[in-house]
Design a protein around this ligand. Structure first.
Ligand code: CAA
Length: 259
């Protein structure tokens, strides 16, 4: 296993728990942290026994955003040349294995954006989401104006981006930013249980299902439905579809082989 400075990795059977770990800076997303996150995802993606990734932070903060202190003196060429967001942060968006963000405390700016790059967000009742960039003289730079708008619609996204107002977990669930709110003390166990549930299914089929849902954001309805139909047909070429449906007919649990 790899040793990271800003992440803690735990393995729970087929689930990898990746914990952002810069407690003194509320997990602000330094270059080191986002680089390590993308390296960790490379390794987890390759790892044959890992099926699902859970990304979490601390009780106080999932992540309080980009590391303001390390970028405050950057010029245009510094940020343009390095293009850090596409080269490191966005590794989450190319991960074929499912990813779940388990958010407690602050998920602000880049923290909210990283959570939105995961496949879905489970929130502790202590979670706070916001895009406060406007309050420090900039705007979201890792998808906050785009992904948030798709999650919650124009009115909410516009208000959050233009005012920097933070929303709590209840509002986040009501507007569809998070899939569920969980008591803080149970967040990690519930996220792991959810991940293990997904990991119990056929991995290639899970990847197809994830790919199909993502396609909804990239194409027209007609094209998306056609894409889905092709994958649905393709699932009938897998052993796991045979096993899953045979098990149903025989009233027994399926034994998926990831084939
Ligand atoms: N970058 C760097 N350091 C940060 C940080 C950040 N985003 N957020 C918090 N910290 C540091 C604080 O500076 C502080 O360090 P010191 O103890 O050395 O002073 C430490 O973490 C604890 O923070 P606070 O004392 O501020 O804790 P608090 O409980 O009083 O407040 C908070 C918590 C409301 C989250 C507050 O820290 C805050 O507003 N943070 C900044 C949030 C923000 O503006 N994020 C957007 C960043 S820009 C961005 O993300 C761009 C993008 O889209 C790519």
């Amino acid at each position: 296993a790899h040793a990271f400075e800003t992440l803690l990795l735990e393995r729970h059977d087929a689930v990898a728990l990746v914990r952002l770990n810069r407690p003194k800076a509320l997990n602000a997303l330094s270059l080191e942290l986002t680089t390590e996150l993308s390296q960790a995802l490379d390794a987890l993606e390759r790892h044959p026994d890992i099926a699902v990734v859970v990304l979490t932070g601390s009780e106080k903060a999932f992540a309080a955003g980009a590391d303001i202190k390390s970028i405050k003196d950057c010029g245009f060429m510094d940020v343009y040349d390095s293009d850090l967001i596409s080269s490191t942060w966005e590794r989450l968006t190319t991960c074929r294995k499912p990813s779940i963000a388990a958010v407690a405390g602050y998920a602000l700016g880049g923290g909210c954006e990283i959570a939105m790059m995961c496949d879905f967000i489970l929130a502790a009742d202590t979670a706070r989401f916001g895009q406060p960039e406007i309050t420090i003289g900039t705007l979201p730079g890792a998808g906050g104006t785009q992904r948030l708008t798709r999650y919650v619609g124009k009115s909410k996204a516009m208000e959050m981006v233009l005012t920097g107002r933070m929303i709590d977990a209840v509002e986040a669930e009501r507007i569809g930013l998070v899939s569920r709110v969980i008591p803080a003390a149970e967040l990690e166990a519930e996220a792991l249980a959810t991940a293990k549930k997904i990991a119990s299914f056929s991995r290639p089929i899970v990847m197809m299902a994830k790919e199909a849902v993502h396609r909804a954001y990239e194409t027209t309805l007609a094209e998306g439905v056609r894409f889905e139909r092709r994958l649905f047909h393709a699932s009938f070429a897998t052993q796991d579809q045979k096993e899953g449906m045979a098990a149903f007919a025989e009233k027994r649990p399926p034994q998926f082989k990831n084939r």
